[in-house]
Design a protein around this ligand. Structure first.
Ligand code: 6PG
Length: 238
């Protein structure tokens, strides 16, 4: 379902609330919380807020839903942004942080390595899709999510957990649609007027999902869209 918040600070606060509720629920029922992070700019203040929390971080496992194909020290790295805003400020075992490797010079090799890491962590077999407790997603103004860009091959990959995305010829490592759809909870956090046209298409009764990949996200579990009023302005939410 969809929640519209008055402004970006309220959106960030609501996202934090939902993540903490899911974190406590997962730790209570399964002894750990597995979360996959989105990149880009929207979640930065959310990560800064989470960096101020004192929580049972040793029971939390951090993954990324996608990564730019750059070194972990690169300013474009999603991993670097989350570490600087959040993970470097809390007491969490290094082994609980599972970044996507981007150093094989060959994105496909790194994608396969991340796939193996997920299978061994979740004790799943090839062909099985593990269920993350929460996958945090953003949406680009073209309707992409993670690194699943419009009209790219990555959108059609259905037999892998991880694949190589492509943004204007630049490789990305990304979760696949079936992996995202296996999650117990998918939380989209979208802010800003530049997202209005894509949101209209994502929520339209009919639209080309290859053109607006966020439409492909229909998880087994809960799907929650958190929007600020600016992004939601053209949606007719009755
Ligand atoms: C990334 C993200 C990407 C992001 C959208 C929205 O690697 O860039 O995972 O999917 O969520 O591009 O980005 P903004 O939040 O910066 O608008």
């Amino acid at each position: 379902n969809i929640e519209v918040l008055s402004d970006k600070p309220a959106l960030i606060e609501r996202s934090r609330e939902i993540i903490l509720a899911r974190l406590h629920q997962a730790i209570e029922s399964r002894g750990k919380f597995t979360i996959a992070l989105s990149g880009g700019s929207t979640p930065k203040p959310l990560y800064e807020a989470l960096g101020k929390e004192s929580l049972p971080w040793s029971k939390v496992h951090i993954f990324w839903g996608d990564e730019r194909y750059v070194p972990a020290s690169d300013r474009d790295s999603n991993q670097l942004m989350a570490r600087q805003a959040w993970l470097d400020r809390i007491e969490i075992p290094a082994a609980n942080i599972h970044p996507m490797s981007t150093n094989a010079e060959n994105p496909l090799q790194d994608a396969q390595q991340q796939e193996q890491e997920l299978h061994s962590f979740f004790q799943t077999q090839p062909g099985e899709f593990p269920a993350f407790d929460l996958i945090l997603l953003g949406m680009g103004d073209d309707g992409h999510t993670a690194s699943l860009f419009p009209h790219t091959e990555a959108l059609t990959v259905c037999d892998r957990l991880i694949t190589v995305g492509n943004k204007d010829g630049q490789p990305r490592i990304t979760f696949t649609v079936p992996l995202i759809n296996q999650a117990r909870c998918v939380l989209f956090v979208v802010a800003g007027a530049n997202k209005r046209p894509a949101l209209k298409e994502v929520f339209a009764p009919e639209a080309d999902e290859m053109n607006y990949p966020s439409r492909l996200i229909q998880p087994q579990g809960e799907l929650l869209w958190l929007l600020d009023r600016s992004a939601a302005a053209e949606l007719s939410l009755d």
